[in-house]
Design a protein around this ligand. Structure first.
Ligand SMILES: [Fe+2]
Length: 111
């Protein structure tokens, strides 16, 4: 399966991941995941975003945090309340019906 992460269409297909660089173990924090600047029409839109967490030291990764599907009435922009126990990497997959699957990631430190 092809998953894109760079190229001329990256800027409006890859999810932006906003969260603190470091958080405390077991404490809620806000995670925002969104795709910016993409058309949002029936014939061309970001249809879904999945968010995963790849936890350091875990035997099997990743863990799914959330899955969101969008119609043309809803922008691909979501906020999640998340708590983690160990450091790792947040990974977002965004699917455009014309331009495929796009991956982005952000490391987060848990102490
Ligand atoms: Fe697209």
């Amino acid at each position: 399966m092809i998953i894109y992460s760079e190229g001329e269409k990256a800027s409006n297909h890859k999810s932006k991941i906003e969260c603190p660089e470091s958080v405390k173990a077991g404490e809620d924090f806000e995670l925002r995941v969104y795709v910016e600047g993409h058309p949002n029409k029936v014939e061309h839109s970001i249809r879904w975003i999945e968010v995963y967490f790849e936890e350091e030291g875990r035997d099997f990764n990743p863990v799914m945090l959330a899955r969101m599907a969008f119609s043309e009435f809803a922008s691909p922009d979501v906020r999640l309340k998340v708590k983690l126990e160990k450091s790792g990497k947040i990974i977002a997959l965004a699917y455009c019906n014309k331009h495929g699957l796009w991956e982005s990631e952000k490391s987060i430190s848990v102490s």
